[in-house]
Design a binder for this molecule. Structure first.
Ligand code: C2E
Ligand code: MG
Ligand code: MG
Length: 567
C-alpha cells in the first residue's frame, strides 16, 4: 500500500451559505492549530465544484442545511459532484438523526456548529485517513490480486455504467489458448507472471476510457468505448489478437501465446450487463470452435434455439439434393476500358420456407457442421460450368472468382477437386480465380503454402479477400502467390470523406502496385466513392454502383449490354 504523507497545511473547502455561521465555523478551528489550516469558503455546491476544478482540497466541510442541497440528498449530491474528497458534515444542535444518517451515507465525521466545539487538526486528519483507507479497501477488494485489473464484479459495474451512459461500446472476452498447458509445465509463478504481463499489455494498448478486467483464470475482458458496429468490432478484435501474438518476456523465457475472443456490440442489445456477458460467452465458445487465435462477433443468429438450429441444419443437408442453392454473379469492372474482367460467384439459398437467403444467414452453420465442404464443391463446379457456358456463347475475357472457406482450404484433396471441376467444365485454369480471406492465408501452415503453390502452378488466380482488415503483417504477401487483392469495403465506405480511410486505401493500392498485384475495390456504392478510388489509381471496381449480385440470366444480359460507368 502506498503511504501518502499528510500535508503540512490542510486545505479545507467549506460550503456554508450563512455569513454568521461562517464566522462561527472559523472560530471553531482550534486556535493552536489555526495556522495548519487553509480555509476556503464558498456559498453553494456549484461554486465548490467550480473551485475544485482548478485546485485540490484535502477535506470538505459540508453544511447540512444548505439551501437547494440540504440534508442527506444534498450530501449525496456533494459526494457525487466532488468524488473522493473526504466529507465532514456540519449540523445543528439537536438533530442526532441526521448526524447518524450522514455518517451512514459515507461522511467521515459529523460536527455540530456551536461555539467551543473544536475543529482540531487531529480530528481532521483522522477523517482524511478514514477516507483514504476506505477508498483503498473498496478498490482492493474489487481488484484482481495477480494482475491489478478490475475483477468480475468491478468489471460488471463498469459495463452497467457504460450501458447507463448510452454511448455504444464493444465488450470483448479474451481467453488465452493453451494457458493451462503453460501453467502446468512452468508452474503457477511463471503462469501468474505471464497473466500479469498480458494484463499490462492489454492496458497499454487500450485507451483511458476503455476498461480491462480479469474475469477468471485465463479469461480477460475489455470494454472498448465508441465501438459502434461490427466492422469496428472486428477491426478492434484483430488488433487485440495481433497485440497478444507478440512474444512475452517472463523472466528469462520468451513466450508466444494466442487468444480467442468473443465480441459483442452494445448496439445489438440487450441493455443488460448479464445478458451481454452471456452473449459474449457464446461468441467466445464459437471462436474457440474455429481453433486458436480467432475471434467471433456475436450475431443474433447464435441465439437461435437448438431446435431452430437443428431445423436449419437438416434443411441445409437436403438443400443440395433439392437444388435449392443458386449462384448469383457480380461484375468486377475495369474502369479504364469499361470491360467486365471478373465475375464473383456468390452463394444464395432458396429456402422453401424462409425464402432467398444470403450467406451471412447460413454460412456460419455450414462451416460449423462441415457442410461447407460439399456445398463449396457444388459452388466451384457450378461456377466453372457457367464460366465455360458463357465462353461458348462468345462472352470471354471474364475470370470467374469463387470464394473458398478456410475449412475447404484445409481439405487435403482440394487441389485435385479443383482440377477435376475444371476438367469436367472444360474450363482453362486461367479463367478461374480462387478467393480466400486474409485469415485463411495467415494460418500459414506448410500445407497451406503448398496448396496455394500447387493451385498457382496450375495457372489458377489467387485473390485475397477483405484485404486490410486482418493483421498488419504484410510480409506474407511476399510469400504467397496471390495476384489480386480485394480492398475491403470498410475502407471504401468513407473514402470520400474520411482522410484516414483514403490514406489507408492509397497505401494498399500503392502496395498492390508495388508488388504487381491487381487491386479490386469492394463495396463501391456511390459515385463519390468511385471518383475517389479513380483518383487514388484503383482500376478495378466491384459494387452495387456498377452491378449487384444477380442471377445468371440477368448477368448474361448485362455482359452483352456492357456496364455503364458513371463519369
Ligand atoms: P465477400 O466474398 O467479401 O463478398 C462480397 C459481399 O459483398 C457479397 O455479399 C456481396 O453481395 C456484397 N457486396 C457487393 N457489392 C456491395 C456493395 O456495393 N455494397 C454492399 N454493402 N455490399 C456489397 P454476400 O453475397 O452476402 O456474401 C457474403 C460473404 O459470404 C462473402 O463475402 C463471402 O465471404 C461469403 N460467400 C459468398 N458466397 C460464398 C461461397 O460460395 N463460398 C464461401 N465459402 N463463401 C461464400
Ligand atoms: Mg469474396
Ligand atoms: Mg470481400
Amino acid at each position: 500500500m502506498k503511504h501518502m504523507l499528510q500535508p503540512a497545511v490542510i486545505k479545507v473547502l467549506l460550503i456554508e451559505d450563512d455569513p454568521e455561521d461562517v464566522l462561527l465555523v472559523r472560530d471553531m478551528f482550534w486556535w493552536e492549530d489555526a495556522d495548519r489550516f487553509n480555509l476556503i469558503r464558498v456559498g453553494t455546491l456549484d461554486e465548490a465544484v467550480a473551485r475544485a476544478r482548478t485546485e485540490a482540497f484535502d477535506i470538505l466541510l459540508f453544511d447540512m442545511t444548505l439551501p437547494g442541497a440540504a440534508g442527506l440528498a444534498g450530501l449525496a449530491k456533494a459526494q457525487a459532484a466532488l468524488p473522493g474528497l473526504p466529507v465532514v458534515a456540519l449540523g445543528v444542535q439537536g438533530d442526532e438523526g441526521t448526524a447518524l444518517a450522514a455518517l451512514d451515507a459515507g461522511a467521515e465525521d459529523y460536527l455540530i456548529k456551536a461555539p467551543g466545539n473544536a475543529i482540531s487538526l487531529a480530528r481532521m486528519r483522522q477523517a482524511m485517513e478514514r477516507n483514504r483507507v476506505q477508498a483503498h479497501v473498496a478498490d482492493q477488494t474489487r481488484r484482481d490480486a495477480v494482475t491489478g485489473l478490475s475483477d468480475r464484479h468491478a468489471f460488471r459495474d463498469r459495463i452497467e455504467r457504460a450501458l447507463a451512459d448510452g454511448a455504444p461500446f464493444a465488450l470483448v472476452l479474451l481467453d488465452l489458448d493453451r494457458f493451462k498447458a503453460i501453467n502446468d509445465s512452468l508452474g503457477h509463478q511463471a503462469g501468474d507472471k505471464l497473466l500479469a504481463a498480458v494484463a499490462a499489455r492489454l492496458e497499454w494498448h487500450t485507451r483511458t476510457r476503455d476498461e480491462v478486467g480479469r474475469l477468471g483464470d485465463d479469461e480477460f475482458a475489455l470494454l472498448l468505448a465508441d465501438v459502434a458496429d461490427h466492422d469496428q468490432a472486428r477491426a478492434a478484435a484483430q488488433e487485440i489478437l495481433a497485440v497478444i501474438s507478440r512474444p512475452f518476456q517472463v523472466g528469462r523465457h520468451e513466450f508466444y501465446v494466442s487468444a480467442s475472443l468473443g465480441v459483442v456490440c452494445s448496439a445489438d442489445g440487450p441493455a443488460d450487463a448479464g445478458a451481454l456477458l452471456k452473449n459474449a460467452e457464446s461468441a467466445l465458445a464459437k471462436a474457440k470452435g474455429h481453433g486458436n487465435n480467432s475471434f467471433q462477433v456475436y450475431l443474433p443468429d447464435m441465439q437461435a434455439p437448438a431446435v431452430e438450429r437443428l431445423r436449419l441444419e437438416t434443411a441445409m443437408r437436403q438443400a443440395l439434393e433439392r437444388n435449392e442453392f443458386v449462384l448469383y454473379y457480380q461484375p468486377q469492372v475495369d474502369l479504364t476500358t469499361g470491360a467486365i474482367t471478373g465475375i464473383e460467384a456468390l452463394l444464395r439459398w432458396h429456402h422453401p420456407q424462409l425464402g432467398l437467403m444470403a450467406p451471412g444467414q447460413f454460412i456460419w452453420l455450414a462451416e460449423e457442421t462441415g457442410l461447407i465442404v460439399p456445398i463449396g464443391e457444388w459452388v466451384l463446379r457450378t461456377a466453372c460450368a457457367q464460366a465455360q457456358a458463357w465462353r461458348d456463347k462468345g462472352l470471354g475475357g471474364m475470370r470467374m472468382v469463387v470464394n473458398l472457406s478456410a475449412r475447404q482450404f484445409r481439405q487435403s484433396n482440394l487441389v485435385s477437386m479443383v482440377a477435376d471441376a475444371l476438367e469436367a467444365a472444360r474450363l482453362e485454369p486461367a479463367a478461374l480465380s480462387l478467393e480466400i480471406t486474409e485469415g485463411t492465408v495467415l494460418e500459414s501452415t506448410r500445407s497451406n503454402h503448398d496448396t496455394l503453390a500447387d493451385l498457382k502452378k496450375m495457372g489458377i488466380g489467387i485473390s485475397i479477400d477483405d484485404f486490410g482488415t486482418g493483421y498488419s503483417s504484410l510480409s506474407y504477401l511476399k510469400r504467397i502467390p496471390a495476384d489480386t487483392l480485394k480492398l475491403d469495403r470498410s475502407f471504401v465506405k468513407d473514402i470520400a470523406h474520411n482522410p484516414e480511410d483514403a490514406a489507408i486505401a492509397r497505401a494498399i493500392i500503392a502496395l498492390a502496385h508495388g508488388l504487381s498485384l491487381t487491386i479490386v475495390a469492394e463495396g463501391v456504392e456511390t459515385r463519390e466513392q468511385l471518383s475517389a478510388l479513380r483518383r487514388e489509381g484503383c482500376r478495378h471496381i466491384q459494387g452495387y454502383l456498377l452491378g449487384r449480385p444477380m442471377p445468371s440470366r440477368r448477368f448474361e444480359a448485362l455482359a452483352r449490354r456492357g456496364v455503364d460507368i458513371p463519369a
